[in-house]
Design a protein around this ligand. Structure first.
Ligand code: ADP
Ligand code: F6P
Length: 464
């Protein structure tokens, strides 16, 4: 079996904690399989030359990490400008937040070419190459142009919007054509797969040529949904370790007279944080019995702070939390504890377990692993309740959660109240159903399913 080569913009030492679904999932996967992980080092060289960068190779347990530095100009155009200023907002249905600038697309192409130039010499003949996420859509096309014949798969961790939104990107045809350089393209859920099928049929007059096979731009590509999961067993082991148990005990002791609700997110406008906070205010207004007794613990890790929209959402969130604490808080009770920090991963299971309700309420999300982590951390005899947005990819699988529409403040508040009042038997029943699903479709299933499909998929070569 060939070596696994994983390529992603963000990489992390799998032995250390990380925030962000991709880094967490790939770290768990590679720890088991071993292989090469190639990506951006996270380091920006101020006076670096655009299109150039150093690669450093380090061994991290069974994983070889190959890290590429980026010049300031490349970082600004590729990561900040195009990936996070165009693709992220549009793919999360936020055309209003997208900034299209020709120079940014140029930087995106340049960095993908740089990745290809630096990666190609490291590849061995029978490697299986797995490229991740929206930063690197054109990477396979660049590798193919250099003569790479390896099997190459692509997984999109974020949603793919339907054609009326996708086609607002000036370079949409170039981007979607680039997907046809892969042997296999994976999405988080069936809705995204459907959007892909609709796009290639409408815009590229592609025909489905078999189950989950599409032919366009003179190539045939396999595509399917592979919902990402968590390492349930590993997360539960973490939950039994001292740090998680201590966190559980101290949180329980501190909030002994209160019910805790929890939100854990990167501070991103896709996560629906202001809507969540407004729903919590509505809960306190509609059901005054929760005043003095319910506390929302919102942990938001800093993210992409050099992108304007992220500064805006941070200010909005801080002002909302401040006003609710001012309006409803008392000498002995603050309704919201807002923490703008990344919490050590070892403590997370303890925090989740101490909470009666999790609010996972994104406006749009590829999957959302926090929903799965919360379920995995619960005591099955006395579990907390998951309140989940219908717009999270996870909602397609986690049907036993309480599903809400995050735009409906009043409706969400009513569902939170339902969660707080749910009987123990209903909580157990829902939790058991959720557990069964996240156990069956864990991160190892995801990895196996994708790689087995990739090994058996071979896109037809380009026709002359
Ligand atoms: P995304 O990929 O958009 O960040 P996910 O919910 O899929 O969203 O994944 C987020 C991952 O990062 C989860 O594993 C979660 O535990 C972790 N994470 C998110 N926010 C924090 C935080 N504030 N502190 C610690 N870990 C966090
Ligand atoms: O899972 C979605 C994702 O965009 C990953 O691609 C990314 O690594 C993560 O969220 C965190 O974002 P960033 O890498 O920009 O910090």
């Amino acid at each position: 079996m060939g070596r696994l080569v994983v390529v992603s913009n963000r990489l992390a030492d799998p032995r250390k904690p990380a925030a962000g679904g991709l880094a967490v999932a790939l770290g768990e996967t590679l720890k088991k399989t071993g292989g090469l992980w190639f990506g951006w080092s996270g380091k920006v060289i101020e006076n670096g030359t655009p299109g150039e960068g150093e690669v450093r190779v380090n061994q991290a347990g069974p994983v070889t990490l190959a890290e590429l530095d980026l010049s300031q100009e490349d970082h600004d155009a590729y990561y900040r400008g195009y990936a996070n200023g165009v693709l992220w907002p549009v793919f999360h249905y936020r055309l209003d937040l997208a900034h299209f600038e020709a120079g940014h697309l140029g930087g995106y192409r340049r960095v993908n070419q740089l990745f290809a130039r630096k990666l190609f010499p490291l590849l061995k003949r029978d490697d299986i190459v797995w490229i991740h996420d929206y930063h690197l859509i054109p990477l396979a096309a660049e590798l193919r142009a250099m003569g790479c014949e390896a099997r190459i798969g692509f997984f999109l961790h974020i949603p793919l919007p339907p054609p009326p939104i996708l086609t607002a990107i000036p370079s949409h045809e170039w981007l979607m054509r680039a997907l046809f350089a892969y042997d296999l393209v994976g999405f988080q859920n069936h809705a995204d797969l459907q959007h892909f099928a609709q796009y290639v049929q409408a815009e590229a007059t592609a025909e489905p040529v078999g189950p989950n096979q599409f032919r366009a731009f003179n190539r045939t590509v396999h595509a399917n949904a592979f919902p990402i999961g968590i390492d349930v067993a590993e997360f539960q082991r973490l939950g039994q370790a001292k740090e998680a148990r201590d966190t559980y005990e101290s949180t329980k002791a501190e909030y002994s007279r209160r019910r805790l609700l929890i939100g854990v997110d990167r501070l991103d406008y896709s996560k629906g944080l202001p809507q969540r906070i407004r729903a919590f205010r509505e809960l306190l207004r509609l059901y005054p019995e929760n005043r003095h007794s319910a506390t929302l613990l919102q942990i938001a890790s800093p993210s992409r702070e050099d992108v304007e929209a992220y500064g805006d959402i941070q200010r909005e969130l801080e002002s909302l939390c401040g006003s609710i604490n001012g309006d409803f808080g008392d000498f002995d009770w603050m309704p919201i504890r807002y923490i703008h920090r990344t919490v050590a991963r070892r403590r997370l299971p303890g925090l989740y377990r101490a909470c009666a309700v999790a609010l996972v309420t994104p406006l749009r999300d590829g999957m959302n692993l926090v929903a799965k982590e919360f379920v995995a951390a619960q005591d099955p005899d006395d579990p907390g309740v998951l309140v989940l947005s219908r717009f999270a990819g996870a909602a397609e699988q986690m049907k036993a959660a309480l599903i809400i529409n995050p735009y409906d403040t009043h409706g969400t508040a009513q569902v939170i109240q339902q969660a707080l009042q749910m009987s123990q038997s209903e909580r157990r029943e829902r939790h058991a159903a959720l557990m069964e699903n996240i156990r069956q479709f864990d991160v190892h299933w995801w990895c196996r399913e994708f790689l087995d499909t990739l090994r058996s998929s071979r896109a037809a070569p380009v026709e002359s």
